[in-house]
Design a protein around this ligand. Sequence first.
Ligand SMILES: C[S@@+](CC[C@H](N)C(=O)[O-])C[C@H]1O[C@@H](n2cnc3c(N)ncnc32)[C@H](O)[C@@H]1O
Length: 309
Amino acid sequence: MKVGPYHIPVLLEPAVAGILTRSDGVYVDVTFGGGGHSAAILERLSEGGHLYSFDQDADALENAQAETFKEHKEQFTFVRSNFRYLRNWMRYYGVGQIDGLMADLGVSSHHFDTEGRGFSFRFNAPLDMRMNQQGGQTAADLVNTADATTLTRIFRFYGELRQANRLADAIVRERAKAEIKTTGQLADILSPLCVREHERKELTKVFQALRIEVNHEMDALQEMLMAAIGLLAPGGRLVVLSYHSIEDRIVKNLMRAGNLEGNVEHDFYGRTNAPLIPIGKPITPSAEEQEANPRSRSAKLRIAMKAEE
Ligand SMILES: C[S@@+](CC[C@H](N)C(=O)[O-])C[C@H]1O[C@@H](n2cnc3c(N)ncnc32)[C@H](O)[C@@H]1O
């Protein structure tokens, strides 16, 4: 079962204005989803421009068959792949430099609202959580096989949950009695450990943490961002929408310093030696956008420009 539209694009105008520097440029949207950002970029390209859009989810591929994309077929290429392979794909298409790249991180509303995907405890469904269902371990594989230390690390780092070890211990204890196969079973095991008033929030964090681990989201993000820095032309733009502090920290450090630690290096003359220059302050959705699209509430948009070599 599926509830609601595929996905409402977040901060559409500032994101699209932020990425475009020339209408005949080469652009990449690494997170196509429902195609909202991609369509808006394509509509502003002239005949000489091109957009490569990535998504690893088969459901997103269907959205790329929409009329808008057919109308611009000479300027549009859909790549059904994990964005961590950005560099290889650009080499495959003979693209040495790009003018802008945007990433709208995480999962789409479609993922949360589709019962059978297992991303939400709103439905009782198989504990899957893979964006790419063609392979890799599911969330069920993870909770039934990972040791308590690994589960604690996942809940602490990706969920920022203070009682990470108690949650991990409960999973290890309960799975010895019966394999944990569904979102409902997992929620039932962990709910009693949550503070009643924060139960939804804490379970959301547990599900977020497992999803990040199942999809190797942080590794893919780091690899893609490093590749993007190498591909951007001087003056080219990097536009990233993040939804939680773990991914935002990675994006912020990379945009400021060009490395994941955020250590700014200086040259012999004391000048900053970073490949990117952040543009303006992070942008967050207006009160109206948050009201109209509650999923936008935690969004943060960062824009940076590739420095001259
Ligand atoms: C927040 S949605 C993007 C929504 C899109 N901007 C729109 O306007 O509809 C994120 C999308 O990126 C995809 N995605 C997330 N991580 C990915 C990765 N590592 N490689 C490829 N696609 C990824 C997800 O499958 C999802 O469809």
